[in-house]
Design a protein around this ligand. Sequence first.
Ligand code: GLA
Length: 351
Amino acid sequence: MSVQKTVFGRLPDGRQADLITLSNGRIEAQISNYGGIIYQLCVPDKAGKKANLILGHDGLEGYLVKGDYHGALIGRYANRIAKGRFTIDGKDYQITQNEGETALHGGVTGLNQKLWDIVELKDGEEPSLTLACFSPDGEEGFPGNLRVQVVYTVTANDGLRIEYFAQSDKKTPINLTNHAYFNLKGDPAQDILDNLLCIHADAYTPIDADSIPTGELAPVQGTPMDFTSPKPIGRDICADFAQLKKPMGYDHNYVLNASKEELPCIAEVQDPQSGRRMRVYTDQPGVQLYTANFLDGSEMGKNGVPLQQHHALCLETQNFPDSVHQPGFPDPFYGPGRDYHYTTIYQFDIG
Ligand code: GLA
C-alpha cells in the first residue's frame, strides 16, 4: 500500500503538473492532476508479470497537444451535444463547437485540459487521490459555476474506483467520464480484436451521420451490436451494418439493463492471451463502447509505439449522448437541489 507524488512536467504557463502513484502491492495506478489522466495502470497477467494497460503518450508533452482524450477526465459534458446547443427554462445556450457543428467532450477546452487541485492523498489498505477543479459560469458556454471532485482509489480487491461529484449554482447539463483506452494485453503494438467482450445491455442508441443519437433505443439482438454474451470484439466489427461504417467500428452508447444492485457489473472484457480480465461496475445508465477507431498511427504512443486503430477499447460510463435534446433519455440537468454523484470501478483479475 503506498502513495507517491512526483513531478510530471510543466505546462506552457510554467505551472507544475504532478504524477501520483497509488499501489496496493499488486496493481499500481499512476494519475496526473493534469486532466486527471490515468497515465499508467500496471496489472499482472496470468504468469504474474505486470504491464501497463493504458494507451497514451510518453510524459506530459503528448497530452498538451489536442489529442484523443487519452486516459483523461471528460466534462462538463462527455460525448456529443448536437449543434452544441440546448435550452433551459426558455433560455438558449451555445457551447463551443469542436467537431463540425457538434460540441464533443465539453467543447474546445474541457476538464481534460485543466490542472486539477490535489485535495487529498490517502495511504492505507485502499490508497486514494482526490482531485478538484472549478469551471466558472459561462465557460465553454455552459451555465453555472461548477465545482467538480473526482476520487481515484486503488481498492483492496484490485479495482480502480473513480467517484465523481459535482455541484452547480445554476441548472446545467453534467456528464462526466474517464476516457482510458484499455489494452489488456499490456502491449500497445497488438490489437484487441480477440478480446472477449460482454456488455449487459439489450439495447443501444443508434446514431446519425454526425454520431448524434436519433433518440431510438434499438434492440441489439440479432445485430453485430450484440454483446449480451461474450464475443470477440473483432468478430462483427467489419460487418455490413450501417451503424458500424461511418465510425469505422464501435462508437456507440449502450443502454444498460436495469439492475437491483447498487453498483452492478455492466461489462466484462477478457484477453485470452494474457489471461487478464476486467469487470466494469457503474451506477450510470449508459456506457460508450469505443474501439479506438480514429487512432491511425499518426500519433506517437508510449515507448515509441504509434497509436493504432483498434489497439484498445474504451468503456466510458456515462449518461446517454445528447441527452439534453432527448426527453426519453435520462435527465442530464443538475443544479440547486440536484447534485451530481456516481461511481465506476474497473476491476481486474485473471479469468
Ligand atoms: C469518444 C467518442 C468518439 C471519439 C473519442 C475521442 O469515444 O464517442 O467518437 O470522439 O471519444 O477520439
